[in-house]
Design a protein around this ligand. Structure first.
Ligand SMILES: Cc1ncc(COP(=O)(O)O)c(C=O)c1O
Length: 421
């Protein structure tokens, strides 16, 4: 067995031992089916450090009250936690707090933009440009607004190794899309898209840009000013934070222009029987009681991630990918999806083993304590393009080790044996 992944000499080192980082995650100490848990399903959701778990607990034990409304100590504390988290997130992504809207998850953030921006800006024949590697979260909301407005979906394909086809992108821009909505990192292929360049080209062609950063946010530094997109969304539970909270960043001018997505308390300035005026941003987009405990805990997750450093997290995960890919490729009949070069991809590794269905692989891996995802990964157009109904996906986070990859490989050999291969 190999030792836990060390940081390479030139890459930023983890600020403390890998064992102590793992020790921050209580769940990693449990067993599954009598075996140590090897959690390689981080693309679906990431485990939580104890600081985040305690933040949720502390909120309900010590501060629970509704935000923005009450003039009493608990309400002020809850408001400070909620708005403090917004500032932490904004600071982390190089944005103003007014440009950070808290949502339920990235899915609801994309729905907000598709409905609110789309209803005002899309009409019959307008094109909404997507890519073949999108998660359903960045397809279905656009399909829905296209149906309502008469707009049409247009697509950028991928090449054999899971990169965006730049020739198709250029051709699609000539058709003058009104929107280009695309993922920063593919949740199936691991492909990292060159967001800054794609945004610049799309903007030059007159398109509004939205980036789905669900898989990218926990893996790389983000600076909204540098990326230049109009909207950028991510989800708390993949960012070492809790479920029930997501973030959609929007450029201030666009947010100011847009109509609210949902109506209710907290998003208004004045209500009379015949006229209502909206609150200013971001409140205009946060109707009803928001996810207060979740926001407070997301703020703690931001601090925790910063204490490790995203460059160090990325370097650690790169090493895990470099260890895993050649070992996976040694397995007879295994086909890897996505770019083979680690420079072009993140630690999200999908594969197929000839003769064994991904669901069977996943079930056999579970007997070894290895948690992976098997299925279409909410990316059915991509599955069609890849010519498979499903894949098996091993996806990594900062706490993973090369030993866990060794267990994955051993379990995959077992799956082949069980199927007589
Ligand atoms: C690329 C991508 N986009 C969107 C989502 C949806 O995230 P959520 O369900 O938290 O909204 C996921 C989750 O798997 C994802 O991987």
């Amino acid at each position: 067995m190999s030792s836990p992944a060390p940081s390479t000499a030139s890459a930023p080192a983890l600020p403390r031992s890998h064992e102590s980082i793992r020790a921050d995650f209580p769940i990693l100490h449990r067993e599954v089916k009598g075996k140590p848990l090897s959690y390689l399903d981080n693309g679906a959701t990431v485990q939580k450090p104890v600081a985040v778990i305690e933040a949720v607990d502390r909120y309900y034990r010590e501060h629970n009250a509704n935000v923005h409304r009450g003039i009493h100590t608990l309400s002020e504390e809850a408001t400070n936690l909620y708005e403090g988290a917004r500032k932490l997130v904004a600071n982390h992504i190089g944005a103003s707090p007014r440009e950070v809207i808290f949502t339920r998850n990235v899915t609801s953030g994309i729905n907000l933009v598709a409905q609110s921006w789309g209803q005002a800006n899309l009409g019959p024949g307008d094109r909404i440009l997507l890519t073949e590697m999108e998660h359903h979260s960045n397809i279905v909301p656009w399909y829905m607004i296209a149906q309502r407005t008469g707009a049409e979906l247009d697509w950028v394909g991928i090449d054999e190794e899971g990169r965006l086809r730049m020739d198709e992108f250029e051709a699609a821009l000539e058709r003058e899309p009104k929107v280009f909505a695309f993922t920063h990192v593919s949740n199936v292929l691991g492909t990292t898209n060159a967001v800054k360049d794609l945004v610049a080209r799309a903007r030059a062609a007159g398109a509004m840009t939205l980036i789905d950063g669900a898989q990218a946010a926990p893996k790389m530094e983000l600076d909204m000013g540098e990326i230049g997109a109009d909207f950028y969304g991510f989800t708390g539970h993949k960012f070492y934070g809790p479920t029930g909270i997501g973030v959609i960043y929007g450029r201030r001018e666009l947010l100011e222009e847009m109509e609210p997505f949902e109506g209710g308390g907290s998003m208004i300035s004045k209500v009379s029987k015949d006229q209502i005026t909206w609150a200013s941003v971001p409140a205009k987009f946060e109707a009803g009681t928001p996810p207060i405990a979740e926001a407070a805990a997301l703020g703690v997750a931001v601090d925790w991630v910063k204490s490790i450093g995203l460059d160090a997290i990325a370097a650690h995960e790169k090493q895990l990918t470099e260890y895993a890919i050649p070992r996976l490729l040694e397995i007879p009949g295994l086909k890897l999806f996505g770019p083979p070069e680690t420079a072009e991809r993140e630690a999200i590794i999908s594969f197929d083993i000839e003769g064994v269905h991904p669901h069977d692989i996943s079930e056999i891996l579970d007997r070894h304590g290895v948690a992976v995802r098997a299925g279409h990964h909410c990316a059915q157009p991509l599955m069609k393009r890849l010519g498979v109904p499903a894949t098996t996906r091993a996806s990594y986070a900062v706490y993973n080790t090369n030993e866990e990859t060794d267990r994955l490989i051993e379990a995959l050999h077992d799956a082949r044996r069980i199927f007589g291969l």
